[in-house]
Write a protein that binds this ligand. Structure first.
Ligand code: HEM
Length: 522
């Protein structure tokens, strides 16, 4: 009773209070609350000794530094000019990002402290649809957070490739190359201009031909006739991924709006359409004539079908993995091969050396994967091309799963680590004259491709290292070795070397055209 009387009197007091007097205490209370929150969060922030970084602007953080040049190059300049092998970088969305540009710290992230950094940054709205199956379970590998599903799926990818190589070796690529030679001989897809017959490398080799290799690897001989629509769908998928990244970094407030159309409609439909194609190929598989002729032997999808049968993989999870082999593998391998073909056209002196080495070791018989070991100059050329024409200029961002330290600095849990491998591959202290192709660098330096030396990272290193490197290198060696052995490659007379690099997940350049002269009779 007493309480209710007191309440009524306070209420009356407040209601009778003129507004001119009431706003002051309210304003003071709000001010005190804001200052206290700021102070508390600053005190919390002080707990960390974070890496240094460029001065931030209100709202945009450090994003203004990225204008005017492509992302890895600009980040490399800022790191080099300030001598920051690791630096803090602020995005508009306030996500904690640390950019690593030194081999020593790269090794700490990927190997020494590998477990702490083995996860991925929270997925963008497009990535979300790649890391979850239709039942909401984890799926895929590329953007999938650290955990059992990621581990199991990676294992399937690795075992599937080694089993395929054990059974088929390079035979399936050798067979497909015969078809490519035929097409080149009959000038299929060539443009016919100024008395020449140039062809677009992207169209003929890295889209059509590489996809055929991937399809036969996944489903078996006969599958090469399927799935050309996958190329167009993957283009859309890359676009959606770039856009979702763009929205996350630059316009986090409007992310849900972007997601409404580009995520929930475009990305979702794109994935659905890709899965429908893959499902169709799986269904048609028993009808493949060439597969029957080759004795219905193992293909990559068999390892996944077996896991599905055992209940270790859902059918939707299986489709995610099939799709990821093509999505994560084709564009990256294409970029490596295109870069190398371009160098062969630009540098006839280097092509001559490769051909001389091939003449001595391989002669007139078809080039095979087992020859690579005997071809040190060819190997060095490929390594140098992989350095110069980086497929991923920044590794897929890693995320710290706990508070940890790098180079003595604190790295809070949940931070995103961007490893700028472009910066390291163009560091003049490690690679003098870094923008010039010099295979000789790798003749005396017998570094491998597995990231054992952090000065030369192609496929990553440690737990998250690319699981597709065997397939990627089989394709790269076989396509480039065969082309170099059989053709003199050069640019058409009217080729202009201007290139346009477009900002994105994987930098895109002007389509590459080359023409060829038969060097050795097949
Ligand atoms: C020349 C071609 C290729 C290059 C240069 C390349 C490079 C890379 C790099 C740098 C990473 C990130 C490593 C990291 O985050 O630390 C990666 C991850 C990955 N790559 Fe590749 N890759 C190539 C081809 C392939 C192929 C053919 C496949 C498919 C079989 C593939 C599947 C993947 C997957 C699934 C991941 C994610 C691994 C994980 O997060 O655990 N890649 N690749």
């Amino acid at each position: 009773m007493e309480d209710s009387l007191m309440f009524t009197s306070i209420q009356e007091k407040l209601l009778n209070q003129p507004w001119s007097e009431l706003w002051k205490p309210i304003f003071a209370a709000v001010l005190v609350a804001i200052v206290s929150i700021k102070l508390i969060s600053r005190m919390k922030g002080k707990k960390y000794n974070l890496p240094p970084g460029p001065r931030t602007l209100p709202i945009v953080g450090n994003m203004h530094l990225l204008f005017g040049d492509v992302l890895p190059k600009k980040l490399a300049e800022v790191a080099r000019d300030n001598n920051w092998p690791i630096m803090s970088f602020k995005l508009v969305n306030k996500q904690k990002v640390f950019v690593v540009s030194s081999p020593e710290i790269t090794k700490e992230v990927l190997v020494t402290n590998g477990l702490a950094f083995a996860s991925r940054s929270p997925p963008t709205f497009s990535q979300k649809l790649m890391v979850r199956d239709m039942h909401g379970n984890d799926a895929g590998v590329l953007f999938t957070p650290y955990g059992k599903t990621w581990k199991d799926n990676r294992k399937l990818m690795v075992v599937g490739q080694s089993e395929h190589r054990r059974i088929h070796g390079d035979g399936f690529i050798v067979d497909l190359l015969q078809v490519l030679y035929q097409e080149i001989a009959t000038k299929k897809g060539a443009l016919s201009r100024n008395g020449e017959h140039p062809f677009e490398v992207r169209t003929m080799i890295t889209r059509v031909f590489l996809l055929r290799i991937f399809l036969v690897f996944i489903f078996g001989p006969g599958a090469e006739k399927y799935g050309e629509e996958l190329n167009a769908l993957n283009d859309v998928m890359f676009y959606c991924l770039d856009l979702s990244e763009f929205a996350k970094w630059f316009f986090p407030m409007f992310e849900p709006l972007f997601e409404l159309y580009w995520g929930k409609i475009v990305t979702r439909n794109c994935i659905k359409s890709k899965f429908k194609i893959l499902e169709g190929i799986l269904k048609d598989r028993p009808k493949f004539e060439n597969r029957k002729q080759s004795g219905d032997k193992f293909a990559f999808c068999d390892i996944l079908l077996e896991a599905e049968k055992k209940g270790e993989l859902t059918h939707d999870g299986l489709l995610h993995l099939l799709d990821e082999v093509i999505f994560a593998g084709q564009e990256t391998t294409a970029k490596a091969i295109e870069g190398a073909i371009k160098e062969l056209a630009l540098r006839p002196d280097i092509l001559k050396k490769i051909q001389q080495e091939m003449d001595e070791v391989v002669g007139n018989r078809p080039f095979r994967l087992t020859d690579v070991e005997q071809l040190p100059y060819f190997q060095a050329f490929i390594k140098e091309c992989l350095r110069l024409h980086r497929t991923l200029t920044i590794l897929v961002p890693h995320m710290s799963m706990e508070d940890t330290k790098l180079a003595g600095y604190d790295i809070p849990k949940g931070s995103s680590i961007w490893i700028n491998v472009w910066a390291m591959a163009h560091d003049p202290k490690v690679f003098p004259d870094p923008f010039t192709l010099k295979p000789e660098r790798f003749l005396d330096w017998n570094v491998g491709l597995t990231g054992e030396d952090p000065r030369y990272i192609v496929f990553g290193a440690g737990r998250r290292i690319c699981p597709g490197s065997p397939l990627a290198m089989n394709c790269t060696y076989m396509i480039l070795g065969s082309l170099a052995q059989n053709y003199d490659i050069r640019f058409p007379k009217d080729w202009t070397k201007d290139k346009k690099t477009v900002f994105g997940f994987i930098p895109k350049e002007r389509p590459l055209e080359v023409t060829h002269v038969l060097a050795i009779l097949l």
